[in-house]
Design a protein around this ligand. Structure first.
Ligand code: DGJ
Length: 727
């Protein structure tokens, strides 16, 4: 395992537990991709087809006309020379030329995994967990160095890639495009899986056949977005949850991205992922370097379920940081859907007191506590408490809530400014804008220009002051609009197209500073729900508000899709009131509870308004979740029935030691005179006996998996759950 280099053949072989990733230097200069898939113990590589001429493709070398880059599976294509497919990089030189010709220069094997300065990335805690290969490519004429970093995790089937560009020439150059990964597959017999959506309908699973030309997902919104997630997978035909080959790609970045596949003239498939080149360029002076964010790549021969569990383990163990990586997450109540902006301290305390009595551990005060904010049309940027609403201030409120035995958490939206705010009146040029153009508002707000260090400092100070003024143990970090009229008053003309990426670097710097100076605060990110649900944000904040849509039926699809890449412990999931505020649907309290329990559980409603019987059900839900949460949050998830394929959804969670199981089954619409439905468990020990905790019945694992338990479900919007314990 690890990284093997065969000098004579110039073959690089990265091995994880079950996979191999192989590259070869051909003709002494081109870095070709040879293989990624199931582990090969000792490849001899003589059979690799690295060389063939195809009609109308130019040869790469006038001395040897048998060779064209248009055919070769490449590791980091430049589009220059003779490859007409999508390039991974584009560079403009001072002389106006764009021809970047990269050839192999050298390699280095590094123990462990070096961090990327200023960017989020997966990490190895010690040298035994991962090995990194650095391959350097060089444009010898223009003196541009391209460092390709590959990390292979030892006990997870994960390879991460990132790229560093170093300008070793004497003049400046402009990067017009820098992708983080490129994998050329020899065939295109795959399906393309992505997670598109919209506000309130995030990350629905879409699967289509690859076809000639380009298929892609991307964001040009200045955030990873609700509309497309920086995730894609290529799956062999027929791959399902439990079997089949799948290649998953995820980008550790929260801004504009692109990810896609180009199927070329001879049905090869080029998969790529990286920064979006839309409105992007980067001026790289002589001696400077540029870091592209990390792309995570997971291969599984055992279907989507195994791919997801690998992503989950990687993100829980090697992405999320701080004490909450290993701690169970508290059950919370958030007042947003309960009160919106219309609250007083008295009202908040009434909800909190009720919540404490039911066993809820954390109260979160959402939007509306600062400036003169009684609606969404003012005060973003003015992070001082509204004493009319909260006479005792945040500290007074936090103290009272602590006296109920609960923790206190607070909402912020630090990246934004309202035109009606003291901050905007003082610093009208601190928002993203183009001089002379309208500053288009969205939800009555503008985006602060985080490409400017002084704006970042302001945010760090303003948020820290509040956090340090009271016993605040949780923060919800919201972000409620995308970028328009891209421009920065802080950047020179030639760097205006750096704004969107500099914004992300500024944001990551702000988050690093705030999070590291408040290690005991649990941070949850949010962007109008799940508009920035990505691995970049998870590096700083271990959980994300999955969607503003709290309807239990809608949440089945959203949480199912989200789980393709992201672990359950990262998904905020709350029970809200009915009729649901987004979908106007009335679902049972049981179903709402069971859906929300398949995540970081909480409530988002005015508990004081509920009938006594419902509060008792809630008390039981909370007790039950506290018993289950350790393994729901840290165990393995198995998706058993998909909401995208029918009326029923099912999934189960099993503890890492295999002793505890929680399974949930959901029925959307009632079926009159239904057929027989069974809950068939998976991943059990066929020879072990399991007890169904609810009724004490006992079964061998093989029976539970092959015959299953009959599901008795009647009515619209119903759910059933089972708790199993290995005897
Ligand atoms: C959008 C979030 O997704 C909601 O949960 C809530 O916090 C509102 N913003 C508050 O403005």
């Amino acid at each position: 395992m690890g990284i093997i280099y065969k000098e004579k053949e110039q073959v690089f072989h990265l091995q994880t537990k079950n996979t191999s990733y192989i590259m070869k230097v051909v003709k002494g200069k081109y870095l070709a991709h040879v293989y990624w898939g199931k582990k090969i113990n000792t490849p001899n590589m003589e059979n690799a087809q690295l060389n063939r001429l195809i009609g109308f493709s130019a040869t790469t070398d006038n001395e040897d006309k048998s060779y064209s880059l248009d055919f070769v599976c490449q590791e980091y294509p430049t589009g220059c020379g003779t490859d007409f497919r999508i390039p991974a990089i584009s560079v403009l030189f001072e002389d106006g030329s764009r021809n970047l010709q990269l050839t192999y220069d050298s390699y280095k094997i590094i123990k462990g995994k070096p961090a990327i300065k200023g960017l989020p990335a997966t990490y190895a805690e010690n040298d035994a967990e991962a090995d990194t290969l650095l391959i350097t490519l060089m444009d010898t004429l223009q003196k541009v160095k391209v460092n390709l970093f590959y990390t292979a995790y030892r006990d997870l089937d994960v390879i991460t890639r990132r790229v560093e560009i170093v300008n070793e020439g004497t003049g400046a150059l402009t990067l017009e495009k820098v992708l983080s990964t490129n994998v050329d597959f020899e065939t295109a017999d795959y399906d393309f899986i992505s997670l598109p959506g919209a506000w309130g309908r995030e990350r629905h699973v879409e699967r289509t056949s690859l076809r000639s030309g380009v298929q892609s997902v991307e964001s040009r919104r200045g955030a990873s977005s609700h509309q497309h997630n920086p995730f894609m997978a290529l799956a062999a035909k027929g791959t399902d949850e439990n079997q089949g080959e799948v290649y998953g790609f995820n980008f550790v970045y929260s801004g504009n991205f692109t990810a896609g596949v180009e199927v070329d003239q001879i049905f090869k498939a080029r998969a790529y992922m990286g920064l979006n080149d839309y409105d992007f360029s980067w001026l790289l002076e002589s001696g400077e370097s540029f870091q592209a964010p990390e792309a995570v790549m997971v291969y599984s021969a055992k279907g989507f379920g195994d791919m997801s569990r690998t992503f989950h383990d990687l993100y829980r163990r090697h992405l999320v940081r701080g004490r909450f990586r290993d701690e169970v997450r508290p059950v919370l109540v958030n007042n947003w859907e309960g009160t919106y902006f219309d609250f007083t301290e008295e009202k908040i305390l009434a909800i909190a007191k009720e919540a404490a009595g039911l066993g809820i551990e954390l109260f979160v005060l959402d939007d509306g506590w600062f400036g003169k904010r009684n609606g969404d049309d003012c005060s973003l940027g003015d992070w001082y408490v509204n004493k009319e609403k909260l006479p005792g201030g945040i500290s007074g409120l936090a103290e009272k809530i602590n006296q109920f035995g609960m923790k206190f958490g607070l909402w912020f939206e630090p990246e934004m400014v309202s035109p009606d705010s003291d901050l905007y009146r003082k610093h009208p040029d601190w928002c993203i804008h183009v001089p002379g153009r309208m500053r288009t508002e969205c939800r009555n707000q503008l985006v602060l220009d985080l490409s400017r260090p002084e704006v970042c400092d302001y945010i760090v100070d303003a948020v820290s002051q509040v956090l340090d003024s009271a016993n605040i143990e949780y923060v919800k970090w919201d972000m409620n609009r995308h970028m328009t009229e891209l421009g920065s008053a802080g950047l020179p003309v030639e760097r205006q197209k750096e704004m969107a990426h500099r914004y992300m670097l500024g944001l990551y710097d702000v988050l690093e500073r705030i999070v590291s100076s408040h290690p005991d605060v649990l941070f949850e990110s949010c962007s109008g729900g799940g508009g920035r649900f990505d691995a970049g944000m998870l590096y700083y904040m271990p959980q994300t508000w999955t969607s503003d849509d709290t309807d239990a039926v809608e949440r089945l699809s959203i949480q199912y899709g989200t789980s393709l890449a992201y672990p359950i412990s990262t998904m905020g999931s709350h029970v809200s009131a009915v009729p649901n505020h987004q979908a106007d649907r009335v679902t049972s309290i049981q179903m709402r509870g069971d859906v929300a329990m398949s995540g970081n559980f909480g409530y988002e409603l005015d508990l004081t308004k509920l009938p006594v019987e419902e509060r008792e059900i809630i008390r039981n839900q909370i007790t039950q979740y506290k018993e289950l949460r350790t393994f729901i949050q840290s165990g393995d998830m198995y998706r058993l029935a998909s909401p995208f394929e029918g009326n029923h959804t099912a999934w189960m969670f099993i503890s890492k030691d295999g002793n505890d199981i929680f399974a949930a089954y959901f029925q959307v619409l009632c079926e009159v005179n239904p057929g027989i439905h069974r809950m068939k468990f998976t991943a059990l020990d066929p020879e072990a006996v399991y007890e169904v905790v609810e009724d004490g019945s006992r079964y061998y694992g093989d029976e539970l998996m092959e015959i299953g338990l009959v599901v008795d479900c009647y009515g619209d919007f119903q759910s059933r759950t089972w708790r199993l314990k290995k005897v």
